[in-house]
Design a protein around this ligand. Structure first.
Ligand code: GNR
Ligand code: NI
Length: 174
């Protein structure tokens, strides 16, 4: 296993649309292992492969709390089959936008189809934080970030802040 580097704003690779996985092979299994190590190390409750620079439709999650046993889940080629009219608001964060949190409203209940690590098709219904997390991760696969769901003013503020920080880092390196 190896930890991979998590891309952060304003890295343009976060805007790539990820490609479907044709076959769950050794390369995908290695990617998934590394994603878990990276996600647990961060720590985060979810991770999309594109966040470690691999634009493939692979997502890992673990929503277990600190005192609960681990609950690692893998979603390959996840598809949103249905989303409720009812919406729920959660304070979201993103490992690619460190230390920024904002409330986002999304459908409260969703149905998702995906392929598991054994290559079998699965369907789940989710609500609560899992519903939010799965939508957040599927967004990543489409090049969408949670800040795309907040007000224009808040979004431009956070983009500016990260652009400025990135600029400062390159200046320091020169
Ligand atoms: O660790 C994470 N926490 C989180 C909290 C609320 C809604 C979504 C998330 S996902 C995030 C990890 C991440 O960036 N996944 O893409
Ligand atoms: Ni994220």
């Amino acid at each position: 296993m190896a930890t991979r580097t998590i891309l952060t704003l304003p890295d343009p690779r976060l805007r790539l649309v990820s490609k479907p996985v044709a076959k769950v092979d050794a390369e995908i299994r290695k990617l998934v292992e590394d994603m878990f190590e990276t996600m647990y190390g961060a720590p985060g409750i979810g991770l999309a492969a594109v966040q470690v620079g691999v634009p493939k439709r692979v997502v890992t999650t673990d929503l277990a709390k600190k005192d609960e046993p681990k609950n690692p889940k893998v979603y390959i080629n996840p598809e949103l089959l249905w989303a409720s009219e009812e919406r729920a608001a959660y304070e979201e964060g993103c490992l690619s936008i460190p230390e920024y949190y904002e409330e986002v409203e999304r459908p409260a209940h969703v149905k998702v189809r995906y392929t598991d690590l054994d290559g079998n098709e699965q369907e789940i219904e989710a609500n609560g934080l899992l519903a939010t997390c799965l939508q957040h991760e599927i967004d990543h696969l489409n090049g969408v970030l949670f800040i795309d769901h907040i007000s224009k003013l808040k979004r431009s503020r956070v983009i500016k802040k990260f652009a400025k920080a990135a600029r400062r880092e390159t200046e320091e390196a020169e």
